[in-house]
Design a protein around this ligand. Structure first.
Ligand code: NOJ
Length: 747
């Protein structure tokens, strides 16, 4: 549809109808997370938005691995395929927009939603986020880049003010969103928090300024759910869509169970109460027929009044409606149908694709395998056929399908570690002992009284687990954390007595493999006392099948997308409440650009496992690094639109010396020259990477293109700036495992 036709449609809409297009309602079927009822008179159908990002949250769907596991695969092609599969499931469930991907940077190692985000590094997040968006969009579904921006902790997420420098925003927190915009994301979700004093749902400088004017975003900005605070400020600040927008009456209708569950989470944050108590409060409010204590509906009557009173121009509303209609149009929803692909994929027709659920389960298994990181291995892995196994761990008999909150998915089927290993080890003995009490998997849909903070105790099961471990050839201890949206983890330690269990099992069997299913980095005080450590994040519904693949020799190719420090205090956000969790509702990003490995490098702190680290069953050797300029090598201020243009080409030969195939992730880091007085730059920063499968005994030439942004720093006056001088280009297996080095002088 042309702009002229959208304008014509707009001119037919009454004020009421326009307001109906910028504020959500409860889905009468109770399935969509966000719902616009449309305008029947003008053949504008309902628009349906659904969570995101680990799978489609509507009835059963494939529970894919957590986003951080995708981050660990370091492979944009895989991210694109995952995006396409998610789009197919979104469409099969009748929705138009997926509320994904999550592009926030892992700043705080205990952040409650780290599992929903890709990494601690902007270059990695950008490359994978863009590919994910591209997959979703070419699959015929709108992608929503969330949560824009600086929603880097769950603690007080709905009110906290992130006090962050422009340089840190530009260099660390914004690039992932810019990449999503460049990849043509349909929507951006404004975060709950404030940034430098303004709620993101009304942040004119970042929404209208950076996102729209600078980056050219012409899609829809939606609020996060109940994240709108003021009709005029949000309307003027650049918000297009208020979600969920449901009235109190709608909220307590039977079909709004999902919305109520979300509200429960939000209220508990605001009032700092445990969800079960809140659940009772919400119920009481409903039973009493009292109005809800929180206004939800800003883009309804309040916005109408503001327009009547001249506080907001109707033209401002028109711009929002035009963008919302543009979103409809993108997927053929204004032509009486729904294309089977976006304009970009050239699709047509109006039937939702049927999903090959088996193939999607296999894809979930592939992503889980590829996101698995072999952190340590003294040679016990791969397991040998015929090894007897003692599988130990509080939840090893269930797949870890995800964390708690809006990303929860009901899987189509599951494979637990016990099941996966039993199936693969057919013929050999595989025993299972829990060892300690189950770790609670917190859920947004917990029934009252279930309690999120269940304590773990040890009992007779503990001794049984140790005995089973002693009697087996290999002990596999599966440990996990329990993270959820809405709260950060209390500490980086594994919950309950799991560390004790690992130590006891390792003392009983020298061939102990620890499998860590966690939302992000956890303390591993036993790491040096066990034979192997395998990080599988939240592997999703194919958990055990993928684990068996890796333990029996499939080379996963996973590399750490986050630094695994020894303790919380080693991270750059530690040591001062100002930085985390914040003081008086302000969290000061005083570490600036020194997030994750950039901070460990600056502080000279050795992580337990560095960013980019991951072992392989193969054996790779690097040779013949050549670094060449791909452009004129200009210095000084850059035109921001050219940030993605190539500036260096790095070519290196990688040989697989083993007699088995393997997957290597070749990583290039740039070491900048000294910046002008008073400007500190990270020692090295990820600039480019490539995941390559190499057969045993083969050599591959790998070419990496370093974009201009990798050399540049952001200066608040001059903008993106390349300093003259000598740049080191380090190619290696992690941020701290250098295999080849070149230099380039830029003058
Ligand atoms: C709140 C979460 O922050 C967001 O990610 C999600 O999409 C919405 N709720 C809707 O469930």
């Amino acid at each position: 549809m042309t702009d002229a036709r959208i304008d014509a449609l707009l001119s037919e809409l009454t004020l009421d109808e326009k307001l109906r297009l910028v504020r959500g309602r409860a889905d009468p079927e109770g399935r969509a997370t966000g719902y616009l009822p449309g305008i029947e008179r003008l053949d504008i159908p309902p628009l349906r938005l659904v969570d995101g990002p680990l799978g489609v949250r509507d009835r059963e769907a494939t529970a894919f691995p957590a986003t951080v596991a995708l981050g660990a695969a370091w492979d944009p092609d895989l991210a694109r395929r995952l995006g396409q599969a998610l789009a197919a499931e979104t469409r099969a469930r009748g929705h138009d927009v997926l509320l994904a991907p999550g592009l926030n940077i892992v700043r705080v190692p205990t952040g409650g939603r780290n599992f929903e985000y890709l990494s601690e590094d902007p270059a990695l997040t950008s490359a994978l986020g863009a590919a994910y968006v591209d997959g979703v969009e070419t699959g015929g579904v709108g992608a929503t880049a969330k949560h824009f921006v600086a929603n880097n902790q769950e603690h007080r997420r709905d009110t906290v003010d992130a006090v962050v420098s422009e340089r840190a925003l530009r260099e660390i927190y914004l690039p992932g969103f810019r990449a999503a915009v460049d990849a043509d994301a349909s929507a951006v979700m404004a975060a709950y928090n404030r940034v430098n004093g303004h709620y993101m749902s009304e942040h004119r400088e970042l929404l209208d300024g950076v996102l729209r004017e600078e980056w050219g975003f012409d899609g829809v900005v939606t609020s996060d759910w109940w994240g709108t605070h003021d009709a005029v400020a949000a309307a003027e600040g650049g918000l297009d869509l208020e979600m969920p927008g449901a009235s109190v009456a709608e909220l307590f209708a039977p079909h709004s169970r999902g919305l109520r569950a979300m509200l429960r989470l939000r209220l508990s944050e605001r009032l700092d109460l445990d969800p079960p108590l809140l659940w009772r409060l919400v119920d009481r409010v409903a039973d009493d027929g009292q109005p809800d204590p929180y206004p939800f509906d800003f883009f309804g009557d309040p916005l109408r009044r503001a327009i009547d009173e001249g506080l907001v121009a109707e033209a401002t509303l028109d711009r929002k409606v035009r963008r919302v209609l543009g979103l409809y149009d993108r997927f053929g929803k204004l032509d009486g149908g729904r294309s089977s692909g976006s304009a970009r994929s050239g699709g047509s027709g109006d039937t939702a694709p049927s999903v090959d659920w088996d193939a999607h389960h296999d894809l979930a298994r592939e992503v889980a395998r590829r996101g698995t990181v072999l952190l340590a291995d003294d040679g016990v892995l791969p397991l040998e056929e015929g090894d007897s196994l003692a599988v130990v761990g509080p939840n090893a008999d269930e797949a870890k399908v995800g964390g708690g909150g809006s990303s929860e998915v009901t899987p189509t089927r599951t494979a637990s570690p016990v099941e996966g290993l039993r199936e693969r080890a057919s013929g050999s003995r595989v025993t299972f002992e829990r060892g300690v009490k189950r770790v609670a998997n917190p859920s947004m849909f917990d029934v009252p009284g279930s309690g999120l903070r269940r304590r773990l105790r040890t009992g007779p099961e503990f001794d049984a687990a140790v005995e089973a471990a002693a009697a087996a050839d290999v002990a596999v201890v599966v440990v996990q954390d329990g993270a959820t949206e809405g709260e950060d983890r209390d500490s980086m330690a594994l919950p309950g007595s799991q560390d004790r269990l690992v130590r006891a099992v390792a003392a009983a069997n020298p061939d102990t493999v620890v499998v860590c299913r966690s939302s992000g980095p956890v303390e591993m005080p036993w790491a040096e006392d066990v034979a192997a450590v395998v990080q599988t994040w939240y592997p999703g519904q194919a958990d055990g099948a993928a684990l068996a693949d890796v333990l029996y020799g499939a080379d996963p190719g996973g590399r750490l997308p986050v630094t695994v420090g020894r303790r919380f205090d080693d991270y750059p956000v530690a040591g001062d409440e100002r930085r985390y969790p914040g003081v008086d509702e302000h969290v000061h990003y005083d570490e600036g650009v020194f997030v994750g490995y950039r901070g460990f490098d600056r502080d000279g702190v050795a992580p337990r496992f560095p960013f980019g680290h991951g072992l392989s069953y193969a054996d790779f050797e690097y040779d013949d690094l050549a670094v060449e300029r791909a452009d004129g090598g200009e210095t000084g201020a850059l035109d921001a639109t050219s940030l993605g243009a190539p500036t260096l080409d790095a070519t290196v030969t990688v040989a697989n010396r083993a007699d088995r195939p393997g997957r290597e992730v070749v990583q290039a880091y740039v070491e900048p020259p000294a910046a002008p007085e008073g400007v500190a730059r990270p020692e090295r920063e990820l600039a480019a990477f490539e995941s390559v499968a190499i057969d045993g005994g083969e050599r591959r030439t790998v070419s990496l293109t370093v974009p201009r942004r990798a050399l540049a720093r952001y200066d608040s006056r001059a903008g993106w700036t390349v300093d003259p001088g000598e740049y080191g280009v380090v190619v290696g297996r992690s941020s701290r495992d250098e295999r080849a080095r070149g230099t380039v002088v830029v003058d």
